[in-house]
Write a protein that binds this ligand. Structure first.
Ligand code: HEM
Length: 272
């Protein structure tokens, strides 16, 4: 006889729900949501990847709420720990693009027509992540108006952003970014905080850029998105979005201080 435990459902009080793997995770509900709308076998993967990413967005939203509290209470190591988690999740999110690319453009073309009107552009959770981080505070009026029009009240739901809490923590310390980086081993918590915030921006950028590369492979470079955009131009705009542009900008000062040259917009070009 084998020593291995058999799958075991714990005894429960009469009438109370069983508490086991299936019940804890509500797998019946979770798995029953995967219902393709066509009979094309590749739609299964398409829906799975969307579901998985929406689940990760939910986790990110949950942790952003915690990060806000820890920042406002100056519990910086905890904030950094959770911010690093978000960067790891974004890395994982990006790894879904090559998986999705195993669905060929020919396969996608065979069922895409049935998805007209459904687009990632309509992901409220994705927009909520951007808003919680504070993108509307730095991305300009067009972005802000677009969010207000699509999701009225979303911005108002998040009066305090991670951006605001991040800079407030720096202000309380009385240190500038430049000072913290120069004195990074003494001001280690703030240094790590800034690096963690930078990493979120960096991973987001990478997710956006690789999403575009995946989209080009799946539908071509001039196709109209199911959300109605000329995606080549629309998504290119979004790759310029940064939650913490200051963290990119001040690095120029480090380069300059070390004798490097920093150029102005429009000053560049190819060497003759
Ligand atoms: C074959 C797969 C996919 C294609 C061809 C595709 C295509 C596109 C296109 C063309 C857009 C621009 C808006 C539009 O006109 O529709 C877009 C936006 C977007 N997609 Fe995808 N997408 C795919 C998979 C995914 C997946 C799995 C997710 C995960 C949730 C996702 C998330 C998003 C988001 C969040 C936006 C809005 C980005 C922004 O506004 O900054 N996409 N997608």
């Amino acid at each position: 006889m084998s020593d291995c435990p058999v799958s075991h459902t714990p005894d429960t009080e009469e009438g109370s729900p069983q508490f086991d793997y299936v019940h804890h995770l509500r797998l019946d509900q979770l798995l029953s949501t995967l219902r393709p709308v066509t009979d094309h076998p590749e739609e299964h993967l398409f829906v799975t990847v969307h579901h998985v990413l929406e689940l990760w967005f939910k986790q990110i939203i949950f942790d952003l709420g915690r990060i806000l509290t820890t920042l406002d209470e100056d519990r910086l190591p905890e904030a950094v720990w959770l911010m690093n988690r978000i960067a790891e999740i974004l890395k994982l999110a990006e790894a879904h693009w090559p998986v999705l690319e195993t669905m060929s453009a020919a396969d996608f073309a065979e069922f895409r027509g049935n998805l007209t009107g459904a687009s990632g552009l309509q992901s409220r959770q994705f927009r909520q992540v951007e808003v919680m981080l504070g993108l509307h505070e730095v991305a300009g009026d067009v972005y802000r108006q677009r969010v207000e029009a699509q999701w009225p009240g979303l911005i108002a739901e998040h009066p305090r952003t991670i951006r605001a809490a991040f800079f407030a923590a720096f202000e309380r310390s009385g240190k500038t970014l430049l000072e913290v980086y120069r004195d990074r081993w003494r001001d280690h918590d703030l240094f790590r905080l800034a690096e963690a915030a930078f990493e979120i921006d960096r991973r987001f950028q990478s997710w956006r850029q690789n999403h575009i590369l995946m989209v080009r492979r799946e539908i071509g470079i001039r196709a109209k998105g199911t959300g109605g955009t000329f995606f080549r131009d629309y998504l290119a705009t979004t790759t310029g979005y940064l939650f913490f542009p200051e963290l990119f900008e001040f690095r120029n000062a480090l380069t300059e201080a070390a004798g490097g040259e920093v150029m102005e917009d429009g000053e560049g070009g190819c060497p003759a």
